[in-house]
Write a protein that binds this ligand. Sequence first.
Ligand code: FES
Length: 177
Amino acid sequence: MQQHVIASSSPNPRPRARDLSAEEIAEIEHELTLYPTKQAVGLEALKIVQRHQGWVSDESMLAIADYLSVPVSELEGVATFFNLIYRRPVGEKVILFCDSVSCWIMGCDKVKAQLSAHLGIDYGETTTDGEYTLIPVPCLGDCDKAPVMMVGEAMHRHLSVDTIASVLPLKNVRGDK
Ligand code: FES
């Protein structure tokens, strides 16, 4: 199999493709039966690997590119465009905080400030206990219940400054940039 090498900011200066697991390969193979071309499976393959690994490392990116025989640059483009592909390690739970119009109108800025103060992190950061990563996202599709956020798979609606602590009962954590 061809071994691509890509530029990286990771500690390993010349990452090489890792071996995809049997489960990852089985799921990617299933997707290949649903799409007309290998290129079209790129996003699904990224999601599959992220589901298994928690994020998409350079080594995983290279492995997917090799497996699908697509340029790494093309996959990187997909990952960049689709902002829910994580190219850095994330916490156990990812908080997707809606940062869009209806939520702005309903005061999400104050809720976000309270959330950041509560967890000690800002957007793009992970708590020191590795529990939460906070990421802004465009509309989550629950505008009539704004402000909203997702924590893992759970949607939390009608957020307020007063309810953040009960939604995310913590633990004393400090932000880790
Ligand atoms: S704007 Fe926040 S859910 Fe739509």
